[in-house]
Design a protein around this ligand. Structure first.
Ligand code: 3HC
Length: 311
């Protein structure tokens, strides 16, 4: 039992307990979870495109099999997250409509092109690496269905990050041309990966409430710093350099100082002016329309099953 006079919700949050779908919750709590979980799901689905472009061009059967498994995982992450969002009373079709019409977002990182095979490795190492840093704390988020979705997603993300690192290491130790290709990919994906963590804390409109509600366990800048501290030694192990001349170890803080991030680029990409925004949404909408017959057939089949079961 919770102390009298305090709403169940406030008591759950104060006790760091889980809020479940049937618990009473403030409308704004529900709304910000729908916003974040839906956009997380959209990111997973759109995130299939940059890597999907390379499935038919993977340099070996082993790399193709790994990439197929990874892209399939991303689709699954999207579906878990849409299912988690639906526990808040929203309809998946409405969420997809919001994505297709630009009313809801997806992560800025997927608006960059995957120009060479090394990009697939850099995405695994950097983008999935950043996603792990962001998603592990979400496994302790106050909303039950979202936190539980993270448990399985984080397990699969560690495979995604490891295969990216291993592929990048292979290229870095390969021919000079392969090393150069790996370095070029890291040069292009490093700063956009830091932007994945969002605007600086001082310019983050949602952080205060998301933190008070136990949704955001660590601030944008805290997780960004955590990611940099993990990536710098890994880059050294890869024999690749990070494109930031201001990187400097700060003994006192026990962290790496890094250069200034161009947050106008993040704002530009988020507002639709990134290199690939039109392509990504165009292909998403086309896939949705081309897939309408599958949804109709599945619904008709389910209806027939339902009636047969009743007969
Ligand atoms: N790309 C697009 N939009 C971004 C963004 C980014 N990199 N960073 C912030 N934003 C948006 C926010 O969504 C918000 O806009 P909105 O009100 O329209 O939703 C606005 O910028 C202000 O940012 P805030 O920091 O105030 O917003 P949040 O408190 O929501 O923090 C977040 C942003 C850290 C991304 C948080 O939403 C979050 O943790 N989301 C869940 C994780 C997620 O979405 N990760 C996407 C990475 S891709 C991925 O995981 C796939 C993997 O398999 C590779």
């Amino acid at each position: 039992g919770y102390p009298r006079g305090v709403s169940t919700f406030e008591a759950l949050i104060a006790a760091q307990d889980r809020v479940e779908p049937r618990d009473e919750m403030p409308g704004d709590y529900r709304a910000t979870l729908v916003r974040q979980i839906a956009q997380h799901a959209h990111s997973e689905i759109i995130g299939m495109q940059p890597e999907g472009d390379w499935i038919t061009r993977a340099p070996s059967l082993r790399r193709k099999a790994i990439l197929l498994a990874k892209v399939q995982d991303e689709a699954g992450h999207g579906l878990y997250l849409y299912a988690a969002a639906e526990t808040l009373g929203v309809d998946r079709d409405d969420l997809l409509e919001a994505l297709h019409t630009g009313r809801q977002k997806y992560s800025s990182i997927f608006n960059y092109p995957s120009l060479t095979w090394a990009d697939v490795a850099a995405i695994g190492w950097l983008v999935d690496g950043a996603a792990i840093v962001n998603q592990v704390p979400l496994g302790r988020c106050s909303y039950g269905p979202y936190a539980r979705a993270m448990v399985r997603i984080c397990k699969e993300e560690s495979f995604h990050q490891r295969q990216g690192f291993e592929s990048l290491l292979t290229m870095s130790r390969g021919t000079p041309a392969q090393h150069a290709m790996a370095q070029d990919a890291v040069d292009r994906w490093w700063w956009p990966s830091l932007m994945m963590f969002g605007p600086p804390d001082a310019e983050s409109p949602h952080s205060a409430r998301s933190t008070a509600w136990g949704i955001k366990r660590f601030s944008n800048d805290t997780l960004r710093q955590r990611f940099v501290d993990l990536a710098v030694p890994q880059a050294e192990a890869l024999g690749l350099t990070l494109p930031d001349p201001d990187l400097r170890w700060d003994e006192e803080r026990g962290s790496w100082d890094f250069g200034t991030i161009d947050f106008t680029e993040l704002r530009e990409v988020v507002s639709g002016n990134g290199p690939c925004n039109e392509v990504r949404i165009g292909r998403r909408v086309a896939a949705h329309e081309d897939g309408a017959w599958v949804r109709e057939a599945a619904a008709a089949y389910a209806a027939k099953q339902g009636t047969r079961g009743a007969a």
